[in-house]
Ligand binder design. Structure first.
Ligand SMILES: Cc1cc2nc3c(=O)[nH]c(=O)nc-3n(C[C@H](O)[C@H](O)[C@H](O)COP(=O)(O)O)c2cc1C
Length: 283
């Protein structure tokens, strides 16, 4: 349990800690800030970050873990919008390795994303070994192929076609993936030189949400670094079809919830295209 204390001689009872605390452990009593239910603290550090008097001492956030920053150093809203608009999945990758420093920043950005109840319980696996990346594609294709064989079985094919038309429509695409892989063309990982896998503890209620927020942080960082990347949805689908198998192969303790293929781009986009019309309701 975190040890939290309010230094009475410093505290001006401004109440910022009360406003900000997600666990509602601060209150005001006779113009003094008081603490209760400290064991409900989720360790977010918001209270120490807003206190203008440095009057809160928190065992998880000693002074060396608190960092001043400048809002002036933020990208402008226009700069933010420009990267959001221009970020694209880029599957055209070279074999040139990604600089270590860039990989470090991408993983750090993923790790810094918010998590429900501040659990910070995601597991990150960065793979740069080409044999392991090939193994992941191989796992994906063989898992799909088992299902593809079932789907196309002459007895059940008419039924699956009728009941699961979208799944059935994937058969030719699965055939192409396999045929290309056999010719040495990896259309799953697309020549990525690295893969970032984001996993969460088995059964975590917010595992998928946490992982996808983490993914998006890493995606915007990769974009700003000029590192090509895309979401490895094929791999994720295969992990769902054969639960726990890839995790076991890679020594991952939890469940894989998101994945990012990474590589240095062969070329960059010259334009961005517009999305469909926005479906926006203001109530
Ligand atoms: C959940 C999810 C799964 C995806 N899976 C794949 C994939 O397996 N392979 C791939 O090349 N792109 C994949 N993508 C990328 C999408 O195709 C891409 O985001 C979409 O076409 C929009 O393009 P943009 O990312 O350039 O904006 C996936 C994206 C998401 C969000």
């Amino acid at each position: 349990m975190a040890q939290i204390a309010i230094e009475i001689d410093k505290c001006i009872a401004c109440g910022r800690c009360i406003d900000i605390c997600p666990a509602n452990i601060f209150s005001k009593d006779e113009n003094k800030i008081t603490l209760q239910y400290e064991d409900s603290c989720i360790g977010c550090g918001h209270c120490v970050s807003v206190c203008p008097q440095e009057a809160i001492s928190h065992s998880l956030f000693p002074i060396e873990k608190q960092h001043a920053f400048s809002y002036e150093a933020y990208p402008t809203p226009e700069a933010m919008m420009s990267i959001i608009k221009a970020r694209r999945s880029n599957r055209a990758m070279t074999s040139k390795p990604i600089p270590e420093e860039a990989l470090k920043m991408i993983v750090e950005s993923a790790y810094l994303a918010p998590t429900a109840t501040n659990s910070q319980n995601l597991e990150f696996t960065l793979i740069t070994d080409p044999d392991k990346i090939k193994e992941i594609t191989s796992f994906t294709i063989s898992t799909f192929y088992r299902i593809r064989k079932m789907l196309a079985n002459h007895v059940i094919a008419p039924i699956t076609k009728l009941l699961m038309p979208k799944t059935f429509a994937m058969v030719p695409m699965l055939d192409r993936l396999k045929a290309e892989f056999e010719k040495g063309n990896d259309k799953v990982m697309r020549g990525a030189t690295a893969m970032l896998i984001i996993s969460s503890p088995k059964g975590d209620r917010f595992g998928a949400e946490n992982a996808n927020l983490s993914y998006q942080n890493a995606s915007l960082m990769a974009e700003s670094l000029g590192v090509a990347h895309f979401y490895t949805g094929f791999v994720l689908s295969a992990t769902r079809l054969k639960k726990g198998a890839l995790e076991k192969e890679l020594g991952i303790k939890g469940t894989i919830c998101a994945g990012m293929a990474l590589g240095m781009p062969k070329f960059k986009y010259l334009k961005y295209t517009e999305r469909k019309e926005i479906d926006f309701t203001k109530l």
